[in-house]
Design a protein around this ligand. Structure first.
Ligand SMILES: NC(=O)c1ccc[n+]([C@@H]2O[C@H](COP(=O)([O-])OP(=O)(O)OC[C@H]3O[C@@H](n4cnc5c(N)ncnc54)[C@H](O)[C@@H]3O)[C@@H](O)[C@H]2O)c1
Length: 270
């Protein structure tokens, strides 16, 4: 069902890799709500070709950009502004990669070179994106930027590894840049802290099945799905939330404020 919440708006969607990706569903919902989109991902991810399906479905061009390259980002914004014939109204940052996790390095034995790469891809990239837009004045007044994060930024989830540190930094950049962009152009910057969700990045976390089942039992509403996440992001890109900025918004069925549930207690008593 469409409410036309994004009619006439133009947005850049980072991070749609395949149909499981949170960004994929968000792009579909934004398109249903009337937005025009540019899709982008790292050149290596585009080689898999799946994004072409989404591009056809949403009638959006795909512009490659490695989010750690300022040259790529500059070109992405230049091409997007050209494509839209004007400024950008919203951006989704849906990017994460833990190099240590991939290489099987435990948190207590991090390779710092890998860690720097993780921080750059997963957190500093938000600064790079905002800075590129800032320097080109590519965002329209009141534009909305959303980055996806996880509650491991606040609480310990032992197997989330250095991504927990990356998410803390991502949320901090959200506040810091959100301040400056708010003052300059009423641009809003927020993070959405999503329930564990079966995606390529999500399933990379050790013990993911146990983890997702536990979160389901610990959330009064259950885990939020990809579709739920997409609906929530649509509201944040819309004008209905124009005074919300610099926030970390939990989208997790109540998990973040639940001490324990009867379902978990019952499980423990077995
Ligand atoms: N899946 C979950 O359980 C969950 C929960 C909370 C938050 N998140 C966050 O949601 C976001 C999206 O992840 P997802 O679960 O949809 O998985 P995903 O694997 O589908 O998405 C991650 C994306 O990051 C992109 N990426 C990696 N390196 C890049 C680079 N150098 N330049 C540009 N793009 C790059 C990948 O190509 C991919 O499209 C991430 O920030 C993730 O941490 C996921």
């Amino acid at each position: 069902m469409s409410y036309n919440l994004l009619k006439g708006k133009k947005g850049i969607i980072f991070g749609a890799l395949n149909e499981q990706s949170l960004a994929w569903k968000i792009a579909q919902r934004c398109s249903e709500e009337g937005a025009q989109l540019v899709l982008t991902n790292a050149p290596i991810a585009l080689r898999m070709g799946e994004i072409n399906k989404l591009s056809e479905e949403t009638k959006s061009p795909v512009i490659p950009a490695d989010v750690t390259s300022m040259d790529d980002l500059k070109k992405l914004f230049e091409d997007s502004v050209k494509h839209f014939g004007g400024g950008i109204d919203f951006i989704l940052h849906s990017i994460g990669m833990s190099v240590n996790m991939r290489k099987g390095k435990h948190y207590t034995e991090l390779d710092y070179g890998f860690t720097q790469k993780t921080l750059d891809i997963s957190a500093i990239s938000l600064h790079r994106v905002l800075r590129t837009a800032w320097e080109m004045d590519a965002l329209n007044e009141g534009a909305s930027v959303v980055a996806l994060t996880y509650i491991a930024a606040q609480r310990v989830f032992p197997d989330y590894n250095e991504m927990a540190d990356a998410k803390s930094l991502l949320e901090s950049i959200t506040r810091s840049f959100g301040y400056h962009y708010g003052v300059k152009k009423k641009v809003r910057v927020n993070t959405v802290s999503q329930s564990p969700t079966r995606t390529t990045a999500g399933s990379g976390v050790k013990g993911f099945d146990g983890f997702i089942n536990y979160a389901e039992k610990m959330s009064p509403l259950g885990n939020a799905s990809q579709e739920d996440c997409a609906n929530y992001c649509v509201t944040l890109f819309s004008d209905l939330t124009k005074m919300v900025t610099m926030q970390n918004l939990f989208h997790d069925g109540g998990f973040s404020f639940t001490g324990v549930t009867n379902a978990v207690i019952e499980q423990m008593e077995k």
